[in-house]
Design a protein around this ligand. Structure first.
Ligand SMILES: NC(=O)C1=CN([C@@H]2O[C@H](COP(=O)(O)OP(=O)(O)OC[C@H]3O[C@@H](n4cnc5c(N)ncnc54)[C@H](OP(=O)(O)O)[C@@H]3O)[C@@H](O)[C@H]2O)C=CC1
Ligand SMILES: O=C(O)[C@@H]1CCC=N1
Length: 263
């Protein structure tokens, strides 16, 4: 399978890194395009093909990912459309907020024909094969969906879902990486105030978060079951947790998630 990635910024670049590492593709089977040579420079060292011509990149892939800013979607699709083989290729939009109906309108020919079409939303941890990736078949059969699922199984976890859930999925997992990073930073700053060097505090926080995730994955427990094991009656943890809740911890997380998906 050959893959093309149009747009090589934070997301497109992370996808290329993940695809190179995923074990399903050779670097030589990946082509990436962006308008600036300087952007493409770092991908050459990965052994992938690079071009500033989106049409060349489009023609090179069995699966073509469009990973540009949403406001460039119509322009870039207009540019590549004639280079798409509607019978052979799978087209994937990785653009938050660009709907399936918009994609169908922009790809639709006068004969009403559509390519096989998906919306996919990974997160930047795809660069290290730890993405949470959502796959929405817009115009796709089961065979093509299975191809996409296998690809994103190799770069972390994937979930095939419906377009109506994509806003929620994006704020939980794609924006969610930033929310989680902000927790790491907040805890690290707390650790520094309490006497640790910043680097040590960050290592401690990262290992603690990893431990929490590992425990939940191993036990399948509800988080409160594990929290109950930590909270000695009248002890340190419950005082810390209750103070965080007085300051609105749970509420601010939920409000942030909802704000992330609102326009
Ligand atoms: N960042 C994230 O965590 C996530 C992003 N997304 C989606 O990914 C998409 C890209 O976002 P992101 O990577 O963050 O943005 P960036 O600004 O980091 O990257 C955009 C890339 O697009 C390239 N580009 C600009 N114009 C064109 C063009 N006409 N043809 C081809 N490539 C072009 C830029 O090239 P150059 O550098 O040469 O200017 C750059 O490499 C967005 O639609 C976003 O919604 C989805 C989920 C998560
Ligand atoms: O902030 C954004 O709009 C994009 C989509 C999800 C993550 N980054």
């Amino acid at each position: 399978m050959k893959i093309s990635v149009i747009g090589a910024g934070a997301m497109g670049g992370a996808m290329v890194e993940g695809f190179v590492k995923c074990g399903m593709l050779a670097a030589a089977d990946i082509t990436v395009s962006a308008p600036h040579e300087a952007t493409l420079e770092r991908f050459k060292s990965l052994g992938v093909n690079v071009t500033t011509d989106n049409k060349v990149a489009t023609a090179a892939g069995d699966v073509v990912f469009v990973v540009v800013k949403p406001w460039l979607a119509e322009q870039v699709i207009g540019e590549i459309r004639a280079a798409v083989d509607y019978n052979r290729q799978i087209i994937v939009s990785v653009m938050a907020g660009v709907s399936g109906s918009q994609l169908k309108e922009w790809f639709g020919g006068t004969d009403g024909k559509q390519p096989r079409l998906f919306i996919v939303i990974p997160n930047i941890a795809i660069a290290v094969k730890s993405s949470m990736t959502f796959i929405v078949p817009v115009n796709a059969d089961e065979e093509a969906t299975a191809v996409m699922a296998a690809l994103f199984d190799s770069t972390g976890l994937q979930m095939v879902t419906e377009e109506r859930l994509l806003g929620a999925a994006t704020t939980l997992a794609s924006c969610g990486i930033a929310y989680a990073m902000r927790y790491v930073r907040a805890s690290t700053e707390g650790g520094v105030e309490l006497g640790f060097k910043a680097r040590d505090a960050q290592r401690i926080v990262m290992q603690t978060m990893k431990g929490a995730v590992d425990l939940l994955q191993a036990s399948g427990s509800h988080p409160e079951v594990e929290i109950d094991k930590v909270t000695t009656p009248g002890g340190m943890t419950i005082r810390g947790l209750n103070e965080m809740e007085h300051a609105g911890f749970t509420s601010s997380v939920i409000r942030g998630l909802k704000a992330g998906m609102s326009k």
